[in-house]
Every structure is written in C-alpha cells, then in structure tokens.
Design a protein around this ligand. Structure first.
Ligand code: SF4
Ligand code: SF4
Length: 310
C-alpha cells in the first residue's frame, strides 16, 4: 500500500461524527470551492507555508534553498520568489522559528493507524472514533479502506467526510467499513456549481444517490455561502433532490465563516471571498426552514443526530 500525504491529524474533534473524534485531513482535492477554508490541502503535493509573523530574520533559510528562491527583504523578513520555489521543503528544517513548514507529510497505513489509535481511550469513553476528511480522502480509496477497516476491527467507529467527486468504485469500496457518511453538497444547478467549485456536479449527485441507496447513515452537509447557495431557488433545489433519496439521516447546515482566511496568506494565494460577511442569520433561518419543510432533521453547525440512525 502506497504512502499518502496527510495534511493534519486533529484530535478532540466534535463536528466530524459521533463522540470525540480524531480527524485525519488528506492532501489533494478535485474541487476548487472559492470559499475553501483549507486551501493548503487542495494541491496533490505539499505546499510551503510561510508565516511572516514568525520570521525572526536569521537568514538560515536563504542558503538552504537549492533554487535560490529566498532573499532577505529590507524589513528583515525572508521573502520567497514563487517563480523559483518548487515547494521542496528544504528550507523548513533550518528554520528554528517554525516560520516555514510544509502543508503535508507522508504516512503509511501502519503509521497513521498507530497515530490515531493513541486516542483509543478517548474513543471508548465518548463513543467517538476516526474520521477521514480533507482535501478529499476518497482519492485514496484503498488506503482509506484499509485504515478504516483496521479501526473497525479494533472496535473504533469510522466516518468519512467527502465532497463525492470521485469514481463510484471509491464509494463502493468504503461502504462496508464506514459507520457515518458526511456527504458535502454545495449547489444543485450545474452552471453555478461549475462557476463556484470548478467542477460539474453530475458525478457528485450520482454518488450521493448511490451512497444513500446502499448505506443507512448518510448526513448531507451544506456549507452555506451567503448569496451563493442560501437562496430559495438554490437551496430548495438541493432539498428537492435530497428528498428523493433513500437513506438521508438529516441535514447539517454549516454557516459560512472566515476561520481559514489567513491560510491563503501562508501559501501566498489571493482569497477572493475575503470581504464576504459571516453575518447571515437570515439566510441560515431561511434554509433551515426549507430543509425542515422537506421533512429533514436539521442541525445548524454540524454536531446533531450523528449517533442515532433514522
Ligand atoms: S530561517 Fe525562518 S526565521 Fe530565519 S529568516 Fe528564514 S524564515 Fe525567517
Ligand atoms: S520550499 Fe524549496 S524551493 Fe521553495 S523556498 Fe523552500 S527550499 Fe526553496
């Protein structure tokens, strides 16, 4: 089994499935949602993260770069020339101030299983377990199948958070080893979906239909983006589609937030939604009402009804 790039192992999570969980964030995603709050996970390979606030101006990174990409600015802060940087990571180790690091590191299944099972006591005491998220974990179905299968064999509950833009076989392989599917839905209509996420949604909708047919614990999660998918027109279309599916255990509405906005600076990428307000009580209330009118249990925030099946 090949090693994969893991961006983060986050412990004590309460939003990613039942109980207290350890969530594993995979690097790489086929979508390019303009509101993404984990932009460092989008690329197939690790990216250099640079925190200017931590740079002490020691200059140790300058000579460490094999491509001559780093120079000291007049303000005493190291600058990286993006046209020369290959994201190789050679400048990270010499930086004692942790101003430079890579967004992901490789793990084998064995290494990752050992890392998550350090929290076994927490899982047992809380009914929690392991969630794979990202990025898109199902770009590595064999790896996830083996990791989550080993968790289940050890009596640990498993969950997947997916955007669903993966071959159908990936979904099919995971069904036997997953207790909870957290399936992201962004938009129903094709053209806005492509405009805001960069991809068509035909495969996503077809995979959601399939998993809802074959698995009995599927929660739809909708990141609610003001003016994008919180309109009556768009949200009702998503709920109409969801109401025609078989096993949907409820709908999570995830209000828009800007918690990841600073990450765009770390990877030196412009964030186009930096000025979008988080204040959207009206949109959240409207969409909650629409989902309830379609007969769904609704949780705003993403923690509800994860332990009980419908
Ligand atoms: S090694 Fe780190 S602290 Fe020193 S100049 Fe480079 S980025 Fe700044
Ligand atoms: S990641 Fe590699 S190429 Fe980029 S600045 Fe650091 S050492 Fe140079």
């Amino acid at each position: 089994m090949e090693a994969v790039y893991i961006s983060e192992i986050q412990r004590f999570c309460v939003h990613d499935g039942p109980g207290i969980r350890t969530t594993v964030f995979f690097q790489d995603c086929p979508l390019r949602c303009r509101w993404c709050q984990n932009p460092e996970t989008l690329s197939p390979h690790p990216l250099l993260l640079f925190s200017a606030d931590l740079c002490a101006g020691c200059g140790a990174c300058v000579g460490a770069c094999p491509h001559g990409a780093i120079s000291m600015g007049a303000d005493g802060i190291a600058r990286t020339d993006p046209s020369r940087c290959t994201q190789c990571g050679a400048c990270c180790e010499p930086c004692y101030f942790l101003a430079r690091k890579l967004s992901a590191h490789t793990y084998t299944v064995d290494q990752l299983f050992q890392a998550v099972m350090r929290d076994e006591v927490v899982f047992r005491n809380s009914g929690g377990g392991v969630t794979v998220s990202g990025g898109e974990p199902l770009l590595h179905p064999g790896f996830c199948e083996e990791l989550l299968g080993r968790c289940k064999n050890a009596g640990v509950t498993t969950a997947v958070e997916t955007a669903g833009c993966v071959p159908q076989q990936a979904i099919d392989r995971l069904i036997p080893v997953v207790d909870t599917f957290l399936f992201d839905l962004k938009l129903f209509h094709l053209h806005p979906h492509k405009e805001w996420t960069g991809v068509d949604n035909g495969l996503i909708l077809s995979n959601l239909r399939r998993v809802a047919n074959l698995h009995d614990n599927v929660v739809i999660r909708i990141p609610l983006i003001p003016g994008v998918n919180d309109t009556e027109y768009e949200f009702s279309a998503m709920m109409d589609f969801a109401a025609g599916l078989r096993h949907i255990n409820g709908v999570h509405i995830l209000p828009f937030h800007q918690l990841g906005a600073g990450k765009y600076k770390l990877i030196d990428v412009k964030y186009t939604l930096a000025d979008l307000s988080e204040d959207n009580d009206e949109g959240v209330a409207r969409c909650e009402g629409i989902a309830k009118a379609h007969g769904f249990r609704v949780d705003v925030g993403g923690t509800g009804f994860l332990s009980d099946r419908h």
